[in-house]
Design a protein. Structure first.
Length: 607
């Protein structure tokens, strides 16, 4: 059994990955997955409607799964169809997460009224919308860093409802049940006589013209593609397409297709719905092949959720590695290594897919930096484990991989993680050189710190840290710190060159620049302390753990100061998680500093 355990673990992991990569099957009569693959333009990026549905749900309720009041589930694409074409039914679906007790009291709600005790529908909130808007406007006048938790929750809910209402105004007029029958009447009346007021349908045209103006103003995405070869900026709203139809007397096929889709969904006609989606997809495959292929890949990527699967594998590898120190070291150690390797390959494929979709290097924002930091650290762990075969690399890889993917998950709750770049950052060369290099420096510094944590935990809480194991861990920490120092220094210099090209100065003591410099200085302190004999292995581990605090400050802390050219704004959740992480690292350092018999018996002194 022990002999075949690593192969069995790897095979089961690969089979699980294969299951996640299978095309999504139709769950009912409606082919909602095909609808989700239709491309639209949102905030300057062409993406499938499936991504619109999933990112919206993450922003509203922190998850992609939708639970109906009767307890049944609803696919994200089906939920989006309800929002777009059956607003009355969609308003009864609990998708707004509300947990702050004062906000619940403001809305006259109780946890028992919501799904899971914290998710509520727009219908439940509707009677208090005026008071919610008033409180949100009051909170808008307070600086972000000074807002109370109640004010932040109020603004977040108000913004979520506004986004939801913008979605409802994109493809149909909310609150207008005969909207699609009105469109059919308009289409039959085209072309209109000149002047249009002589037409029998003049009142209808006037009413729809006003409706189109409102829809154009509030539309969230642009689903009408331009002529083949035209730039992405030429995508238009449905309202604009119908307004043009009144002028030209001819309805474009995309606008007609979305009307047919909406009419079929509203009238509960699955065959007509599937036929309309299929016909429109065939047209797009002929006129917009690039957008269709990218949308198909992104939709498959969304359903596969490679980073979530990798996160589960990292947890399994961590547990297998820890248990290998207690029993079956060879079999469990190799099984942990195999699981980390599968998770690493899966994360690599995920990052590669994002690069292909964005046409960008791997790191473009905080979310992608979390992915890349974990990916690079796990890659280094695999190298360490390949040479040392002690399960230390697998345990560290599982711990770092899980932690960084968890950070990435929480960062994804802010919206689309592949948004357009700001102009000053829109440089693939510097994104591929400075940003990647400095992020590898982050990865290596964090890895050295987590190796230090393993050193301390094994030395204090177990008897598995004997002399050879301690010496091996010490060599790992030293080698990784050398690697981190090199990449942190080179990345900081490259950042200065980029700053000189962008802002006309190499160095300006910006908080982010100071954070990068502190990482270089701290890693240099570690190396000089070891070279000068100022610290023994345990002391080096403690210094490496403090490097986690230094790197976390540079990565996230300086972004929350609200000053400088690299500030991304204050976020309460990030602030408190950062404080908790720093406290945990300080606690581990203090534990390591306490003299213990086990430390002395192994000859592992601080200095």
């Amino acid at each position: 059994m022990k002999k075949y355990l690593p192969a069995a673990v790897a095979l089961l992991a690969l089979l699980f990955v294969a299951v996640t990569l299978r095309p999504e099957r139709r769950a009912g009569d409606y082919d909602v997955a095909a609808f989700g693959r239709l491309p639209v333009l949102v905030n300057g990026r062409i993406k499938p409607l499936d991504t619109v549905a999933r990112t919206t749900l993450l922003m509203l309720q922190g998850r992609q799964r939708v639970t109906l009041p009767d307890g049944s589930g609803l696919a994200p694409d089906a939920w989006l169809l309800e929002v777009l074409f059956r607003p009355a039914q969609a308003d009864a679906v609990p998708v707004f997460e509300i947990v702050h007790p004062d906000l619940l009291a403001l809305l006259h709600l109780a946890p028992a009224d919501g799904a899971g005790g914290k998710r509520f529908s727009l219908a439940q909130i509707a009677r208090s919308l005026a008071e919610l808007d008033r409180q949100a406007k009051l909170a808008d006048g307070t600086e972000g860093a000074l807002r109370t938790a109640f004010q932040r929750a109020t603004i977040q809910l108000r913004d979520g409802i506004v986004l939801y209402q913008h979605l409802q105004s994109t493809l149909a007029a909310p609150g207008s049940e005969p909207f699609f029958s009105q469109l059919a009447r308009l289409e039959r009346a085209l072309p209109l006589p000149t002047p249009a007021r002589n037409s029998p349908e003049a009142p209808l045209v006037l009413e729809l013209s006003q409706t189109f103006l409102t829809m154009e103003q509030y539309a969230y995405f642009r689903p009408i593609p331009p002529a083949p070869g035209a730039p992405a900026e030429d995508w238009r709203t449905v309202a604009a397409a119908w307004t043009d139809a009144i002028t030209t007397g001819r309805v474009g096929s995309p606008a007609r297709a979305f009307a047919a889709i909406g009419r079929a969904w509203q009238d509960r006609q699955p065959e007509a719905f599937n036929r309309a989606v299929l016909d429109y997809r065939r047209e797009l495959e002929r006129t917009q092949p690039a957008a269709m292929s990218r949308s198909a890949v992104e939709t498959r990527f969304n359903s596969a959720q490679p980073f979530y699967t990798s996160m589960m594998f990292y947890v399994g590898a961590f547990l297998l590695g820890v248990f290998s120190w207690l029993k079956w070291p060879d079999a469990l150690g190799r099984a942990a290594f195999a699981l980390v390797l599968v998770a690493f390959v899966l994360a690599t494929a995920g990052i590669g897919t994002r690069m292909w979709l964005e046409h960008r290097p791997p790191v473009t924002n905080l979310y992608s930096s979390a992915l890349f930091v974990g990916w690079a650290a796990v890659g280094l762990c695999l190298v360490l484990e390949y040479f040392h075969r002690s399960a230390v690399g697998s345990v560290a890889g599982g711990l770092v991989g899980f932690a960084t993917l968890l950070i990435a998950h929480h960062l994804s709750l802010g919206g689309d993680t592949m948004e357009m770049m700001r102009a000053v950052l829109d440089s693939n060369f510097w994104l591929a050189t400075h940003v990647v290099t400095i992020t590898v420096g982050y990865s290596a510094t964090f890895l050295a710190g987590f190796l230090g944590i393993i050193y301390v935990v094994r030395g204090v809480f177990t008897r598995s840290l004997d002399g050879p194991s301690a010496a091996a861990l010490n060599r790992m920490i030293y080698g990784i710190v050398c690697f981190a120092t090199l990449f942190s220094f080179v990345g900081t210099v490259l950042g200065g060159i980029w700053a000189d090209q962008s802002w006309g100065r190499f160095w300006g003591w910006d908080p982010k620049e100071n954070g990068a410099l502190i990482i270089v200085v701290w890693n240099s302190i570690l190396l000089h302390a070891r070279w000068g004999g100022l610290v023994a292995p345990r002391g080096l581990a403690m210094l490496a753990i403090f490097g986690n605090i230094v790197t976390a400050w540079s990565w996230f802390g300086v972004n929350m100061l609200g000053v400088g050219l690299h500030s991304y704004g204050f976020t309460e959740a990030t602030y408190w998680w950062l404080i908790a992480f720093v406290a945990s690292q300080v606690a581990i350092i203090l534990i390591a500093a306490v003299p213990r018999a086990s430390w002395r018996s192994a000859g592992l002194q601080t200095a």
